[in-house]
Design a protein around this ligand. Structure first.
Ligand code: BES
Ligand code: MN
Ligand code: MN
Length: 465
């Protein structure tokens, strides 16, 4: 497939290809909140319809224990390689709504400094409807121009943003029809629009909830304060004690399995362009912070973390209420790196919290979803195909990077299907994923549609099938 033919097709279908994505973005497919279940199903239906129109066969909304998976395939020749495209049609909740400059499910196109040609503002624009839909349109392009060089299977799920609880069992049940050669995913970021990159790692995740229980009821903070443990004070101290003065995590055994990178590998990471002043300016922070001895890129890419995601308890209404609360709560996540294991880390966390809590309170620790870290070899046919494709459309060889986020199912693709995943993302970290005013550059969207067919071509050629 030649680039000129690709670009002609994109040029001729530019508006429709954009409007279809905007329509998809109008459906609030929030997986975390069950009241959006009808919208989840509506989105799955829309993705199914678009795949049928694009020319896929066996398109179906396949039930799972939770939200359904949209499955489709096009087998042109069983002797040719098969690319399995994974993406997700669910999105994160939009709150806090009042910080959005336009409603999260009414997409608008606006120019920004980083996206002078315009970006689509909507929840899911980048993560992941926009990036997932590039694959549907690239597939359509290859079908309509008669240039699909290999087989393709689509597996678009609706629970990624809640940890993919049903997709693991679903892939085990569907092992037979998920035979393929590589998994292709656009759900990560590049360094900048003039600096392409491909993630060669993703962090794992252990997500915990802690409840600290003090006295059997809320108390008058004057009558009892000073004599009875305040669960919020205790919880804050427990959390603060999770890091030492070097921002090292203090949980015993936490670093036991962490893979230390060689000096060469670290020197390679340091080559990626990174401007600390711009980073600070973008986030409006006076300084960065993190584990001593590591750069900011390393702190998000190759080092594990522990962060509080939410903390509550006591009185948070208007005015002041003098109360010593009975309970305090926190949600705490740990990002993990190779070769840490989420179950082991969850256990270490639980033991640690229970052992250090004072007798004046009771601590209950529960584990939410988790996921294992991932590494992608730059020597694989898939990585090389992706690298060559990006080099062609960006005019620069992409830099291998370590993504700080998690896509928990990727480790399971390896374990259950024996398949490597290629993290072929086109978004930017500054696109406000999960935040108010999430957006996706029009340039990024079309660039993805332009680059994906080149991956198909390269992968087919390099596989020698
Ligand atoms: N697409 C992201 C993951 C991501 C974003 C990886 C940018 C690398 C760069 C994905 O949708 C996501 O948000 N994952 C969650 C996983 C969780 C909900 C289990 C995450 O990383 O918090
Ligand atoms: Mn995503
Ligand atoms: Mn996400």
């Amino acid at each position: 497939m030649e680039r000129s033919a690709i670009n002609t097709y994109i040029e001729q279908n530019k508006e429709r290809v954009l409007n279809e994505l905007l329509d998809l973005l109008k459906i609030p497919s929030i997986s975390a909140d069950s009241k959006y279940k009808p919208d989840i199903l509506k989105t799955a239906e829309a993705v199914k319809q678009r795949l049928i129109e694009a020319g896929a066969d066996k398109v179906e909304i396949s039930p799972s224990k939770g939200n359904p998976v949209v499955y489709a395939e096009k087998i042109i020749d069983p002797a040719k390689p098969t690319i399995i495209v994974y993406g997700h049609y669910d999105v994160q909740p939009a709150d806090p709504i009042n910080l959005w400059h336009s409603p999260p499910f009414e997409p608008v196109i606006k120019k920004t400094d980083i996206h002078p040609e315009g970006a689509i503002f909507a929840r899911g624009a980048c993560d992941d409807k926009g990036q997932m839909y590039m694959h549907v349109k690239a597939f359509e392009l290859m079908m309509k121009t008669n240039t699909l060089p290999c087989n393709v299977k689509f597996m678009i799920e609706g629970e990624e943003e809640v940890g993919s609880p049903s997709l693991g069992p679903w892939i085990i049940e569907n092992k037979e029809r998920l035979k393929g050669d590589v998994i292709l995913i656009s759900d990560t970021s590049i360094i900048a629009n003039d600096t392409p990159s491909i993630d060669v790692g993703l962090r794992g995740l252990a997500y915990m909830e802690v409840e600290v229980v003090g006295p059997n009821r809320d108390l008058h903070s004057g009558v009892y304060g000073g004599a009875v443990a305040n669960p919020i004070n205790v919880l804050c101290k427990l959390i603060a004690d999770c890091h030492d003065e070097n921002k090292h995590i203090t949980i015993p055994g936490f670093y036991e399995d962490v893979m230390e990178l060689s000096a060469e590998a670290r020197a390679e990471i340091a080559k990626a362009p990174f401007n600390l002043d711009e980073y600070k300016k973008d986030l409006a922070v006076g300084d960065v912070m993190g584990e001593k001895g590591y750069s900011s890129i390393e702190r998000t890419g190759i080092r594990p973390t522990l962060d509080v995601n939410g903390i509550w308890g006591g009185y948070i209404g208007e005015g002041a209420k003098t109360v010593l609360p009975s309970k305090a709560f926190a949600k705490i996540s740990m990002r993990l790196v190779p070769n840490q294991n989420s179950h082991k880390i969850s256990e270490l966390f639980q033991k640690y919290f229970e052992s250090v809590a004072p007798k004046s309170v009771r601590v209950k620790v529960t584990a939410h979803h988790g996921g294992e870290p991932v590494v992608v070899s730059t020597e694989s046919v898939g990585y090389k195909s992706a690298s060559m494709a990006m080099e062609e459309t960006y005019g620069k060889k992409p830099i291998p990077t370590f993504g700080g986020g998690s896509i928990p199912i990727v480790a399971l693709f390896k374990k259950e299907l024996g398949l490597d995943s290629i993290l072929f993302g086109f978004g930017l970290d500054s696109d406000a994923l999960h935040s108010p005013n999430e957006h996706y550059g029009l340039v990024n969207y079309y660039k993805g549609i332009e680059t994906i067919p080149l991956f198909y071509r390269n992968f087919t050629q390099l596989s020698g099938k």
